[in-house]
Design a protein around this ligand. Structure first.
Ligand SMILES: [Zn+2]
Length: 328
């Protein structure tokens, strides 16, 4: 009820120009779907001048869910088929910051229904805003903006992503924390240390050909002889549904925190310490298989590092991004 008419034209250069042409001769406006008209629709004069206004950016971006999927196909709007539009519209989740709910999300819903008769997405997930380390909103005028690209150079892209997810409930604002960035960087190092250990054992046991990536946790449990190895297969068997549940319910921070704790303080500190002195080919199969499962669980948060480690150790032949999510 607080809605008012929306003026969709703007007097700025950056934007999509409004497809309306003024006739110098008869003052008629010729309007098209975007194509430049040859002549005035009323008097056939060719002296036309396109309006210099552009569309409000939210009017353009509000049509994004429809237009982006239509751009590559010949199918008509609203027609279902094998096109991207037919397959992905409406999409499952729209993820954005909460501060553009009114400006963007409501417009996408409104224009999506107008153009296709259907909503553009089924669920909307809002993330919070990253403030400066003192909790103040970053702004150019205050000069407290931290450039994420510089953080990525310093800490690595995966560490930055992990630090932003860790310890912050989905949807809440957060203050940028250098301690968390540092912690995430150390966690990345830990992953590499585990990888190096496995690589070392791979070579001493000459187990390269022994790595079988297609074992489910259930199969692994059945094939494992050592009691302690079996126990750890069981632990991973419980970890998988737990992480899956967190991700399905968008509790990304809980998933990241659990993985951090488990991989570092359980798997590395306890299991690897235990297996170090007694490793044989059977235990190596468990060690490498369980590490692969953890890499897969971590992949949504740390896609580059996990992919690189997997490739170097050749645990899973496929890239992780197209490999199956682990089953418990
Ligand atoms: Zn005219």
């Amino acid at each position: 009820e607080n809605l008012r008419d929306w003026n969709i034209s703007r007097q700025i250069v950056w934007g999509i120009r409004i497809p309306a042409w003024f006739c110098e001769k008869c003052s008629n406006w010729t309007i098209t779907e975007g194509k430049t008209p040859e002549k005035c629709s009323k008097c056939d004069s060719k002296s036309l001048r396109q309006d210099s206004d552009t569309f409000d950016t939210w009017f353009s971006s509000g049509q994004w869910p429809v237009i982006a999927l239509m751009s590559n196909s010949k199918s008509k709007m609203g027609k279902k088929g094998s096109s991207d539009f037919g397959k992905f519209y409406p999409t499952s989740v729209m993820e954005t910051a909460y501060d553009i709910l009114k400006a963007w999300v409501t417009r996408m819903v409104m224009l999506g229904i107008y153009l296709t008769g259907d909503v553009p997405f089924k669920q909307v997930l809002f993330h919070g805003i990253v403030n400066d380390p003192y909790g103040k909103k970053m702004s150019k005028s205050k000069g407290n903006v931290v450039n994420p690209l510089e953080l990525i150079v310093q800490y690595g892209a995966d560490s930055v992503r992990f630090a932003l997810i860790y310890g912050n409930a989905t949807g809440n604002d957060q203050s940028l924390s250098y301690a968390k960035l540092e912690g995430a960087r150390k966690f990345t190092n830990k992953l590499w240390n585990i990888a190096r250990f496995i690589n070392m054992k791979q070579e001493t046991l000459n187990s390269k050909s022994e790595i079988r990536n297609n074992l489910t946790i259930e199969q692994l449990k059945n094939e494992t002889i050592n009691k302690l190895d079996k126990e750890w297969v069981g632990k991973i068997g419980e970890l998988v549904p737990e992480i899956t549940r967190y991700l399905d319910s968008y509790q990304f921070n809980l998933a990241a925190e659990r993985l951090y704790e488990f991989i570092w303080h359980e798997f590395a500190d306890k299991y690897i310490e235990n297996v170090k002195g007694r490793i044989d080919k059977d235990s190596f199969l468990v060690l490498s298989s369980l590490f692969l499962v953890q890499l897969k669980l971590l992949h949504p948060f740390m896609p580059f590092v996990t992919e690189e480690i997997n490739e170097q150790l050749s645990l899973e032949k496929k890239m992780l991004i197209i490999s199956d999510w682990p089953e418990s």
